[in-house]
Design a protein around this ligand. Sequence first.
Ligand code: CTP
Length: 404
Amino acid sequence: MSVLNGKKILLGVSGGIAAYKTASLVRLFIKAGAHVQVIMTPASKDFVTPLTLSTLSKNPVHSSFFNQDDEDAVWNNHVDLALWADLMLIAPATSNTLSKMTTGNSDNLLVATYLSAKCPVYFAPAMDLDMYKHPSVLASFNALKSFGNIMIPAESGELASGLSGEGRMAEPENIIAFLEADLESKLPLKGKKILITAGPTYEAIDPVRFIGNHSSGKMGFDLANEAANLGAQVILVAGPTHYKAKNNLVEVIGVVSAQEMYDVCHEYFKDVDVAIAAAAVADYRPKVVATQKIKKAADEFSIELEKTKDILASLGAIKKNQFLIGFALETENEIENAKLKIQKKNLDLIVLNSLQDEGAGFKKETNKVTFIDQDFKIEPMELKSKESVAVDILNKVVSHFAKL
Ligand code: CTP
C-alpha cells in the first residue's frame, strides 16, 4: 500500500507547458488512494483545463479568490484549503510562482494558500535550462529550502524551447516515487520491527471440537495496520479469525493453538523492538486430545485441562530492550490486578479493558481502555473505535522511542 493512501493532497498548478502533465499526476495520486484538490494559477489554465483536473481529482478546481460563476460570488477560503491538506505540491512550479512564494506576493489563490499552509510543501520546478540556472531562480530555490520546503529537482531532456538540458519538470511517476520515498523515510516507526499477537486460540478436544473464546482479532489487526502505516515492519501472529491485514506490509502468520502461537512468538521475539500481546490466548487446554471424535455415551462428561504457557510472561522473562505491551481484561479490582500483571509479566505498559465499561470488550467495534505504565502512572482514555485505540497505543510506542 502506498504511503500516499488516504493522504489529503493540495496540488498547486502554475503556468508552464508542463502543466499538461498534471493530468497524469492527479490520476497517479488517486490511484495511490490519495484525496486531491487542485488550485490553478490563471496562467496555468492556458495549458490544461480546470475541467480535466476536476474530473480526474473528483473535486472542484479552485483558481480565484471567489467563484466568478456564482451570482453571490462565494469566497474560496485559502486558509481552509491550506489547513485541509496533509501535503502541498506545487507542480509545475514556474520561476514566477517560485519568486512570489519567496517574497509572499500573494496576488493569486495558489500563493495565498501556500502562505497559509502548515503541512509539508514540495515544489517541482519547470523552466528552460538557462532560467533553471539563473542566480535569481537559484536564490528562490535556496530561499524556499530555507523555509523548509522540499524541492523535487527538474530532469534533463528536450525542452519546450527546442533546447535540450536540465529544467523539465520531473515525470509524474518520478514525482510520486520522490514523495513516497520522502514520506516513508520520515515515518516515526521506520526501521522498527513489531511483533503483535491477535485473535483467539483454539485448543483441540478431538478432531472436530475445541475450546475457544469470542475474540474477533480486530484489536490486533487494527494495531498491525496502524503500526505498518507508521512505517514499522510488522509480524502479526493471529489465531483463527476472518480479518485480513489491510496494509500489505503486515506479515500475517496464522496459528491455531496457544502452543503454536508461543512457538512463533519465540521464533521472532529476539529480533523485534516491540511486542504487543493483543491475543485472547486460552489459559487451559485439554490434557489429552482424543485422536478420534468422542462419541456421546455417559450423561456426564468431563475433560481434564492443563495450563497453557503464558506467552506474554515468557517474553517478559527473556526481554532485553524490547518494549513489551500486554492487555488485561478484568471484571473487578481492575487497576490492582493490572498492576500485578505488569510486575508478573515484566511489562512496560499494560492496556486495561474493564468489562464494566460499556462499549468495551469482545466483538465490539469500540473499546475503552486505561493505560498503566511501569511506574504505575494511570491514564484513562475515552470510549473510542478500536482503530483509534490502536493509534493511541502506537503513539505510546512512538513516544517511547522518541525519549531514547
Ligand atoms: N496472554 C498470553 N498468553 C497466555 C495468556 C495471556 O500471552 N497464555 C496475554 C494476553 O495476550 C494479554 C495478557 O496476557 O496481553 C493478559 O491476559 P489475561 O487473560 O487478561 O490475564 P491472565 O494473565 O491470563 O490472567 P487471568 O486470566 O488470571 O486474569
